[in-house]
Design a protein around this ligand. Structure first.
Ligand SMILES: [Zn+2]
Length: 401
């Protein structure tokens, strides 16, 4: 059904009950609820919270539900997961990838997500099959979700030189951003060469960057400072997202402060993945075990945009994962002590407004913005994060899904 208005809506930061009028696929106006009479095409939110559809800024659609295709990850580590996935992806068909990716998009949408940034493997082992499968899934789900894709050379660019051309090919066929993972290379020097090559490719293809970086507890993993320096040297400020950045939490406070100042200077965004990094990191610790998450509160204090992603749904990296972005806000509250009401609101913003800002999508509840809206049966953001309710309605471009 095409919806013309949502009435009796509670909105963030506003008193009273409101109505959101829609026209075409956009928001037309936000008015007092009393101004919109009931009609067949008007949804009554019954006082529920209406927000722009949630954003997942970091997912792997090609990996989703692959736990069914891959032997179990016995050590639980990132490196064993990458090894298992590298072997499995040699065999996967485009159809297999497409079907699993659609299943993941549908799961995310059912929890109120309207925009996903997904990484997709580009590696010699899988050729173009993974990105072809995910591109086909994006086409098939265009009526319910916007998807941005990142070419992700999971097996390296130096270690797997065939990936370089696959990055080019994937972007030419519709993938949006260039990715990277320097910590997969054999040596630090090769990791830095990987970053340089990633910037060369991004410049050549005129693409923004989203790079998996320092996803380890090793305090000697120093790629983020190289990323910041290269971002400044290559004039790429405002076009780079650093994903994970776990090692930052293991640096000394004085070193971490220097790196965070560099991240701010380079105008790099940071995306953490609370569930997956709580699970994958700390694997070489006995007790106490580190949390694996980057220094979110300190990054936010410096005004660095931060968001939280789902990352994995039932794959060799993470056996759980539902696609419910409120899970990630909930976990952030615990993992980084975001306990006051404004901090809980910030945790929500990291799967909502800040995440959309990082992905360069305008997802605000204002006239002219896309009518991608989710209604939750609670009337405040703390209960939203606390109870993680299923949406009572999800709208995509004014259509009730
Ligand atoms: Zn990832």
């Amino acid at each position: 059904m095409t919806v013309t208005a949502i009435t009796n809506a509670t909105l963030l930061d506003q008193e009273g009950r409101h109505a959101i009028q829609l026209e075409g696929d956009k928001i037309k106006a936000v008015v007092d609820a009393s101004e919109v009479p009931p009609d067949d095409t008007v949804i009554d939110a019954n006082g529920g919270l209406v927000v722009p559809s949630l954003v997942d800024p970091h997912l792997h659609l090609d990996l989703a539900y692959s736990v069914e295709e891959v032997p179990p990850n016995k050590s639980g580590t990132l490196l064993e997961a990458i090894g298992l996935w590298s072997a499995a992806k040699r065999e996967l068909s485009v159809e297999n990838v497409k079907a699993r990716a659609i299943r993941a998009v549908n799961a995310e949408v059912s929890f109120g997500t309207g925009f996903i940034r997904s990484h997709v493997d580009v590696a010699s082992a899988s050729g173009d099959r993974l990105f072809q499968g995910v591109l086909a899934a994006r086409d098939e789900t265009r009526d319910r979700c916007d998807i941005q894709l990142v070419a992700f050379p999971q097996d390296g660019l130096i270690r797997d030189p065939g990936a370089v051309d696959l990055v080019r090919q994937s972007v030419k066929q519709g993938v949006d951003l260039v990715g990277g993972i320097p910590h997969i290379e054999r040596t630090r020097r090769e990791g830095i060469a990987h970053l340089e090559l990633m910037f060369d490719l991004a410049r050549e293809l005129d693409a923004d960057i989203d790079v998996h970086i320092d996803e380890t507890d090793d305090p000697q993993s120093l790629y983020t400072e190289h990323l910041a320096s290269l971002t400044i040297q290559r004039n790429y400020q405002g076009r780079v997202t650093a994903s994970h950045v776990c090692a930052l939490s293991s640096y000394t406070d004085v070193h971490a402060a220097r790196v965070m100042d560099l991240i701010a200077e380079a105008k790099i965004n940071v995306v953490c993945n609370p569930g997956v990094n709580l699970h994958l990191q700390g694997r070489f610790d006995t007790y106490p075990k580190r949390r694996g998450l980057t220094r979110i509160s300190q990054l936010l204090e410096r005004g660095i945009p931060c968001a939280a992603g789902q990352d994995c749904i039932k794959d060799p990296f993470y056996p759980l994962g539902t696609g419910q972005m409120l899970d990630q806000a909930f976990l952030l509250v615990h993992a980084d002590h975001l306990s006051t009401p404004p901090q809980i609101r910030t945790a929500f913003d990291m799967v909502s407004s800040m995440a959309s800002q990082i992905c360069k999508r305008d997802a605000r509840l204002i006239p002219g913005a896309a009518a991608n809206l989710t209604i939750f049966p609670v009337d405040n953001v703390i209960d939203l994060v606390r109870t993680k309710p299923i949406p009572s309605e999800v709208l995509f471009r004014s259509r009730s899904l």
